[in-house]
Design a protein around this ligand. Structure first.
Ligand SMILES: [Cu+2]
Length: 160
C-alpha cells in the first residue's frame, strides 16, 4: 500500500517534470511554464500565463501575441481600482534585463484570449506565438490546467 502511494507521488513528480519540458529558451530569453486556465462553456474569453526571464542585456518587449484558439490575444493588466478588480489592455509589456516577469492568475499581467473558438479544456495543449519587438516571434506550447499553487510555482523556480 505504501509502495503504491509512493509510486503515485513519483508519477506526479514526473508529470510536473513534463510540464517543465515546455520551457522555451530562445536567445537571451527564458519562457517558463506557459499555461491557460480551463474555461466553462459559454465563457467567451480565456487567460494564458507564463514567466519571461531576460538573461541578456536587452529588455524584452512583448508587443502582442496570437493563437489559433481565439480570435485575438491581448496583453492585459489587472489591478484593484476603488475596491474592484479591473482589467485593462496594455500596448506592451517590458521585462528588464536580469529580471523575471511572472504572470499568474489573480492579478497583474496576463494574456487574454479574446473570443475563444471553443472552451479550453483541462489537459489540452495549444500553440501561442509571442510577438517581441526586435526579437521577433517566438512560439510556445500552452497547457490548459488549473492554476498551480504558489508553493508549486516556488518549487519550480527552486529546481531551475
Ligand atoms: Cu484580461
Amino acid at each position: 500500500m505504501r509502495f503504491s502511494l509512493a509510486a503515485l507521488v513519483t508519477a506526479g513528480l514526473l508529470a510536473a517534470g513534463g510540464v517543465q519540458a515546455q520551457n522555451v529558451s530562445p536567445d537571451g530569453l527564458h519562457l517558463l511554464h506557459p499555461f491557460a486556465t480551463p474555461t466553462p462553456p459559454g465563457v467567451p474569453h480565456g487567460a494564458a500565463y507564463l514567466s519571461i526571464s531576460v538573461e541578456d542585456d536587452t529588455p524584452a518587449v512583448l508587443v502582442g501575441a496570437r493563437s489559433p484558439v481565439s480570435e485575438s490575444v491581448e496583453i492585459h493588466d489587472m489591478a484593484m481600482d476603488d475596491g474592484i478588480m479591473r482589467m485593462r489592455r496594455i500596448e506592451q509589456l517590458e521585462v528588464e534585463p536580469g529580471t523575471t516577469q511572472v504572470m499568474r492568475p489573480g492579478g497583474g499581467y496576463h494574456l487574454m484570449l479574446m473570443n475563444l473558438v471553443s472552451p479550453l479544456q483541462e489537459g489540452e495543449r495549444f500553440p501561442l506565438t509571442l510577438e517581441f519587438a526586435h526579437r521577433g516571434d517566438i512560439d510556445v506550447e500552452v497547457e490548459v490546467q488549473t492554476a498551480p499553487e504558489d508553493s508549486s510555482m516556488g518549487m519550480e523556480h527552486g529546481q531551475h
